[in-house]
Design a protein around this ligand. Structure first.
Ligand code: GLN
Length: 486
């Protein structure tokens, strides 16, 4: 077995058994990136020197017997996480000159675990998108079919792991940006409970929805990396002060007796037939393993897309006001006066989708429209929350598809924002309610990966990971690689 066919956990075990060194593993992945990245455009920055220095330190730590399972294992970070001394672009021209002066908590913690940083991955501009086509650095290609999108906004991380240019990568999920690209590239995409992972140093899009997580080859890898990045952080006031369970130790919980709810609203029009069939077959397999399955209705869930597209733009219009050409980021040339500096710096620095969101957000927050849009959306958000609460009084987890279709062609939806927004119809609910959710590969449609989504109550990460792991012991979908990258 080649090194890049191994999961992060398998590489960790190989390192601990001294089968190879972290420097060897790191060189192997750096070579793969050099070879394949021009075709995929998954990385914005490759940090080869830093990676080799990290790897040497990891090897020394392992030699002293002080390593953990992730020590010496390479990873890639989505370019939304601040990394000291390294370009942190957030996929935007606005930050194309921004070298972060500090590390995000997620970066700091995975660094402390001894992981090796291969580079920073491409993404939709400021994480706004479902296809990675809004990036200032150009679209990312899906390794399963380079004419198609990898999903977004964490599309660079997804493509990198799917083509095994990195064993594992971080992502962020505001409305589906870990789970949807995970589904479209055949990966395990894990979004934790809101507040489980610190948002410090993660460039803000919509602060009440943003959450960091993992794009991995398996539930085991997701459990290990999540365990290392989660936990309280005094620098993020919404970070929750609760102990982090040993996620990897809880993976073997049996499926028998698990109460599964199928979300009726997720199986209506708009769900592609083969995708629906693969998801139903997966749920049927859980039933055969001893789970109980009942269909539930969450009547307000179909309102999640319009609700999100009021709440998220409102928050982004506020968060992105800090990019003014004065303190950091892009500044226009020869401003005439202060207004000209603001106008042209923002006009040049932001792309079309980001501007659309800022304008929508400013509008829904303005006096006279606030009650009709923003306040109304917050009320609907409460109703969606209540739907989930009622459902979790009956069942342990909810299941359904992650995305309505497999990966679509590059350019297919760029002219129609609404069509693009509808891609997140099944993922956004979990963000609005702050719930943990995971997408696991469960089949193919027209040769392209399909994801099964499992949503749990707040802080049920262990339950979700155990269900995902059980599925991955029954099947080998997560082991399939796209052709041409072996
Ligand atoms: N696709 C959604 C959007 O465009 C979600 C993005 C995300 O989760 N960051 O806003």
């Amino acid at each position: 077995m080649s090194l890049h066919h191994a999961t992060a956990a398998e590489i960790g075990r190989g390192l601990a058994a001294r089968e190879y060194s972290s420097v060897e593993v790191t060189r192997h992945f750096l070579e793969r990136i050099e070879r394949a990245n021009p075709a995929l455009n998954a990385f914005v920055t490759v940090t080869a020197e830093r990676a080799l220095a990290d790897a040497q330190r990891a090897d020394a730590r392992i030699a002293r017997g002080k390593g953990g399972l992730l020590t010496g294992v390479p990873l890639a970070h989505k370019d939304i996480f601040c990394t000291t001394g390294i370009l942190t672009s957030c996929g935007s021209r606005m930050l194309a000159n921004f070298v972060a002066p500090y590390d995000a908590t997620v970066v700091e913690r995975l660094d402390a675990a001894g992981m090796v940083l291969l580079g920073k991955t491409n993404m939709d501009e400021f994480a706004m998108g479902s296809s990675n086509e809004t990036s200032h650095y150009g679209p990312v290609r899906n390794p399963w079919d380079p004419a198609r999108v990898p999903g977004g906004s964490s599309g660079g991380s997804a493509a990198a792991v799917a083509a095994r240019l990195a064993p594992v990568a971080t992502g962020t999920d505001t409305g589906g940006s870990i789970r949807q690209p995970g589904a479209l590239t055949g990966l395990t995409g894990f979004k934790p409970t809101y507040g489980r992972v610190s948002r410090y140093g993660m460039i803000a899009f919509a602060s009440s929805l943003d959450q960091a997580g993992v794009l991995a080859q398996s539930a085991e890898d997701a459990a290990l990396v999540l365990g290392a990045m989660a936990g309280h952080d005094a620098r993020d006031s919404t970070s929750v002060d609760a102990p982090v369970p040993d996620y990897a130790a809880g993976l073997d919980r049996p499926v028998k007796g698990l109460k599964i709810g199928i979300i009726r609203e997720f199986f209506g029009d708009g769900l592609e037939a083969e995708t629906g069939a693969a998801v139903r077959a997966a749920i049927e397999a859980f039933r055969r393993e001893g789970a109980t399955v009942e269909e539930l209705s969450l009547p307000n869930l179909p309102l999640s897309v319009p609700t999100y597209y009021v709440v998220a733009p409102a928050e982004c219009s506020s968060n992105l006001s800090r990019f003014d050409g004065v303190r950091f980021g892009h500044r226009c040339r020869d401003p005439k006066d202060l207004m000209d500096l603001y106008r042209r710096s923002r006009g040049e620095g932001f792309g079309v989708e980001v501007k659309r969101r800022i304008m929508t957000g400013t509008y829904v927050l303005s006096a006279g429209y606030y009650d009709a849009y923003y306040l109304k959306a917050q009320k609907v958000r409460s109703l969606i929350n209540a739907d989930f609460r009622r459902a979790f009084a009956r069942v342990d987890v909810l299941m359904g598809p992650t995305a309505p279709t497999p990966a679509f062609a590059i350019g297919a939806k760029t002219d129609d924002p609404i069509l693009m927004y509808l891609n997140d119809i099944y993922t956004i609910g979990a963000n609005l309610a702050g719930l943990p959710a995971v997408s696991v590969p469960c089949g193919l449609s027209g040769g392209l990966p399909v994801g099964l989504q499992i949503i749990g109550p707040h802080f049920a990460e262990e339950r979700l990971l155990a269900a995902a792991h059980a599925w991955q012991r029954l099947t080998d979908w997560h082991r399939r690689m796209p052709q041409g990258w072996a």
